[in-house]
Design a protein around this ligand. Sequence first.
Ligand code: SIN
Length: 311
Amino acid sequence: MPDVLPQLRHPTAYEMQRALLHAPQLSPRDYRHITVAPVSGAIGAEVTGIALGAIDDAAMGEVVTALADHLVLVFPGQTLAPADQVAFARRLGPVNPWPYARPMAGYPELTELVSGPADIHNFGGGWHTDSSTFPRPPAYTVLQCIEGPDAGGDTSFANQYLAWDTLHETVCRGLEGRRLIHATAKGFGDHSRSTGSGHVTTTPVVVPPEHEGLESRHPVGRTHPLTGRRALYVNAGFAARFEGHSVEESQPLLDALAAHGGIPEFTCRVRWRPGTLVVWDNRCCLHYAHNDYRGQRRVMRRAVVEGEVPV
Ligand code: SIN
């Protein structure tokens, strides 16, 4: 186990400064087909001036570039029909059904994430990256708001390039070549067994028997295939232990890395309206669905775009 915990637990003033005074995210490039406005200093941009249901190749190319720069793109006022949402997601890569929830009727590639007024648990209510237990975790998630609470139900995102870049260099060296085991049983054990009863969560996650023991080994620092940048690839939701180490040995360092990844200065927070569509890159950001709208309904439609084996 790398002996790097002291550096993570007791950052010096210099390291805190590195963590918090990072350069603000890139000023948007000069786009011809879209208008891009950053939503925080760390991550995320709002994109306007485009209808995603009829996007041509030139505009799509700019969307992909903006995604690489800003990691999370927020498209207000889109209101895509299910087939159009799937078609848009396919422009980013292969779209497969997500096997842990009943798909939307007629659209196997879409999952409807419904929170009812009596729900206690929400879907995605903790820092995580989607399906990191898969050998090829999703590259992108395309999520559209169909119905939302008057207030609440926002989603936060955290930039994991910044998380990696601001780790103490001793920590980075200690993590070099290390891999984490991402375990379905850690992420969804409770959901599939005890909370899938319908009265605490309207959209239960049901893990099919062949996935119950699914685990994948992924690097702690992964290199993004498009940008070549290193991102911290640790998430409290699914990362169970370091390869070659027990859960007990791994937990203190895992907790410290997960806390580092969620530093507020690495984040942005997206407020949803019906018709808002958000695309994020799971390879370099974490997300967190806020569970603060008890008594109200929230309906989202999600497609995930297949990614590559993390390296
Ligand atoms: C997810 O975790 O994929 C869904 C996030 C959300 O509903 O805000």
